[in-house]
Design a protein around this ligand. Structure first.
Ligand SMILES: [Zn+2]
Length: 392
């Protein structure tokens, strides 16, 4: 199974310039051969093959000597990608390939001849290693690296292979994702959401107002644009930091985590804005959690949303059909259970996960909530919910 790990890299000025040259050159090669293939197609009705293009690349390097400064495998990858884009187009799976712009996402691929030390990446054509920072160890079986720029930051996206392992089922927890609360665990820890937009709301409004006053195409407008982008990046950073802390807390304390599947298609079509935003936050969080769990050889089990985890009574199994979204408390008419709605759902999620991996639902044992101490140490707000034993 192929996985990715994204780490921020810190190139020095010389390295930064060479990275930018790689972006520019791979883009140039893409655009050059896109034009060539398009002309060829219109004039002769035949498609230029990948092989022709690769031969053409050698000739191109003689014409544009600056291309020799660039890792030739990265240039070849650009051609491979273009070829894939064409093949997808001919199979009617995609639109006709587009020209790449310097305004779009900037990246280049390094398929081979890279290496890692604890805090540095070595890439072909770069004289010195590039520094990086990440808490996770670098995987062993790395397939390729993609260098990316996001606004003014650089990242390495590391693709690696990993075997799947069977869940053990010890130290299991269910988590329910929420809107009012960020998440609730079956142990009764409710993590409060990080309302980062609220914190930056005034500033954002002010900077947006400033932008609208700047003349279109002016230097000041461009500067204001960058200022806004940086502000959004700070918001993303705060969110990422929060997600890191919470996912580390959970990955550290449990061998198996059960969570609801995220419906990506549903996310795009979701008309409920609050829910949509909550889903997007969850997406990043779950990627981090998955990665961290895997590193510990622990498991993240996903269950379908159709499982109705919020409607089942976690004590007697009764299904409450008339449970409304506004009900904060789950009240069971059959056994009289009164419980926080999200906690009830989290316990059900854990139980569904247990059944899924072929384990029975364990006997109730009072939990001491190891997670709570860790969260408070990291400055994350949470509430401890009262737990009731299930009916046996
Ligand atoms: Zn009940």
């Amino acid at each position: 199974m192929i996985k990715t790990l994204k780490v921020r890299i810190y190139p020095d000025e010389e390295q930064r310039i060479l990275i930018e040259k790689h972006f520019g050159s791979t883009r140039f090669v893409w655009n050059y051969f896109l034009e060539k293939r398009t002309k060829e197609y219109h004039n002769n009705g035949k498609a230029l093959s990948k092989f022709d293009a690769l031969k053409g690349l050698t000739a191109l390097k003689k014409q544009y000597v600056w291309l020799t400064e660039i890792n030739s495998q990265s240039l070849q990858q650009s051609l491979m990608k273009l070829d894939t884009a064409f093949r997808a187009f001919f199979k009617h799976n995609a639109q006709y390939p587009k020209f790449k712009s310097r305004k779009g996402n900037q990246y280049f691929i390094v398929p081979q001849h890279f290496s890692f030390s604890k805090s540095e990446i070595r890439l072909p054509k770069f004289k010195r290693e590039i520094k990086f920072k990440d808490k996770s160890p670098i995987p062993k079986d790395v397939k390729q690296i993609v260098i990316i720029r996001d606004v003014h930051r650089y990242y390495a996206s590391i693709l690696y292979e990993r075997d799947e392992e069977m869940p053990k089922g010890d130290g299991i927890i269910g988590i329910d994702m929420g809107i009012k609360s960020f998440l609730t665990t079956s142990d009764g820890v409710q993590v409060e959401p990080l309302n980062v937009y609220r914190k930056f709301e005034k500033k954002l409004k002010r900077e947006h107002r400033r932008l609208s006053r700047r003349k279109k195409g002016s230097n000041n407008r461009r500067k204001q644009m960058v200022k806004l982008q940086k502000l959004y990046q700070r918001i993303r950073d705060a969110r990422t930091d929060f997600n890191h802390k919470v996912s580390t807390a959970i990955a550290k304390h449990y061998d198996t985590v059960v969570a609801e599947d995220l419906n990506i298609q549903g996310m795009a079509q979701n008309h409920n804005l609050a829910k949509g935003i909550a889903d997007q936050r969850w997406y990043q969080f779950k990627q981090m959690l998955r990665h961290k769990m895997e590193w510990r050889n622990a498991n993240l089990i996903e269950i379908g949303r159709y499982e109705q985890s919020s409607k089942i009574c976690s004590r007697c199994g009764n299904i409450k059909k008339d449970l409304k979204l506004s009900d904060g408390t789950y009240h069971c008419d059959l056994c009289g259970l009164e419980m926080d709605r999200d906690l009830n759902a989290a316990i059900n999620i854990r139980n569904i996960g247990l059944i899924k991996i072929g384990k029975g639902i364990p006997e109730f044992t009072p939990v001491e909530i190891p997670l709570a101490g860790y969260l408070s140490h990291e400055g994350i707000s949470y509430v401890s919910l009262k737990q009731e034993p299930p009916m046996l």
